[in-house]
Design a protein around this ligand. Structure first.
Ligand code: FE2
Length: 362
């Protein structure tokens, strides 16, 4: 085996472009329990945008908004609404990763450059992926500031709900393009296709999707890719593609070690979750067998459970976190399973479709 030409350590951060970053930061702190750690904007000498850095466990979100004119952000926002702009990778050598990916066909978004301030410097570069989404590469030289050069510490402690790190990030791509984008992650970034539960059709009578899971060499970065499949009615993936006006990040799954505590807190904070019909629980025990958690608690909090031959997982999906039916979050706890809960997709399609119908999009 040759050495991985694009060794990615982990997801460094996820940057969202939003219409009002100040209010979004408040929402992620109060509702999701993130702590604010850093800020960049007018007060720090940045004239064209404001950015808030939020952290919980090893999850880092950056919320950025344009301050006027059009530096590309305003037109992006007008077209897509709030959403993920950049899934940034922490790497050992930005220049080497950038060169290797561009050589293998990646489209350049930003050439390698050194970013520095009084805390030291980092190397940054970026390539394009599906839609208007980017992958940045970030490597540290000697940097010891609160986030990245240009940001100032701006600490506001949040009440953590126990989210630890990004488990996976799902991209929705155009009809017929899933294999192309899976191929991009394989040939450009050196990912491999996860064999577990990756090629299944997930469908009901009315709508369907196809999904493939791509995984980085060290297994720490997992990107399922969805495309709509033919159904009699509009699929939830098509609804996303219509409202985001193209491919983009559908959901970010955040891992916790205690989903009961996490969902209890998130619900108390006002986070809205996909409605799980009560009859889901009538057959649950039979479908998943014995689990460590109290089934009454699982039912009370409307948490989902799925089992495969390696173990099981617990998960729950939020409703979209903006007015457009686009980006949402997943909270997930793993008990041996490395899957993504596709068994639940089937069990939940009717619930998903009810919400789509309520939006007039089915
Ligand atoms: Fe997921």
């Amino acid at each position: 085996m040759s050495e991985d030409p694009v060794p990615l350590k982990a997801i460094h951060h996820v940057e969202l472009w939003v219409g009002n970053a100040k209010q979004a930061a408040f929402y992620y702190r109060q509702a999701f329990g993130f702590s604010q750690v850093a800020y960049a904007g007018l007060e720090t000498g940045v004239r064209d945008r404001a950015s808030y850095v939020l952290r919980q466990g090893r999850v880092r979100l950056v919320l950025s908004t344009p301050l006027g004119g059009d530096n590309g952000m305003s037109s992006h926002l007008a077209r897509h609404g709030d959403g993920v702009r950049d899934i940034a990778f922490h790497v050992g050598d930005t220049d080497a990763c950038f060169a290797a990916t561009v050589e293998r066909g990646a489209k350049v978004a930003s050439e390698p450059q050194t970013l520095s301030d009084e805390h030291g410097s980092v190397r940054h570069a970026a390539i394009h992926t599906y839609g208007d989404t980017l992958h940045s590469f970030i490597s540290y030289d000697d940097y010891d500031g609160p986030f990245l050069p240009g940001y100032r510490a701006a600490a506001i402690a949040g009440d953590s709900v126990g989210l630890r790190f990004v488990d996976h990030i799902v991209g929705n791509v155009e009809l017929g393009k899933m294999d192309e984008w899976a191929g991009f992650y394989a040939s450009v970034l050196g990912f491999s296709q996860q064999q577990h539960f990756s090629d299944e059709d997930i469908s009901t009578e009315y709508s369907a999707l196809m999904s493939k899971v791509m995984e980085s060499d060290n297994g720490r970065i997992k990107f399922p890719l969805n495309e709509p499949a033919e159904g009699r009615r509009k699929s939830q993936i098509e609804e996303y593609l219509d409202f985001y006006d193209g491919p983009g990040v559908q959901h970010i799954a955040l891992l916790t070690d205690d989903i009961i505590k996490a969902i209890e807190k998130l619900r108390a904070n006002g986070v809205e979750f996909l409605h799980v019909p009560d009859d889901y629980y009538d057959t649950l025990q039979k479908r998943v067998g014995a689990i460590d958690e109290d089934m009454a608690e699982i039912r009370r909090l409307h948490i989902l459970v799925d089992r495969d031959d390696e173990g099981y997982l617990l998960q729950l999906f939020t409703k979209p976190v903006e007015d457009r039916p686009t980006l949402f979050y997943e909270v997930i706890q793993r008990k041996g399973s490395r899957g993504f809960g596709y068994g639940n997709f089937k069990a939940l399609f009717e619930a998903i479709e009810l919400e789509q119908a309520a939006r007039g999009n089915l």
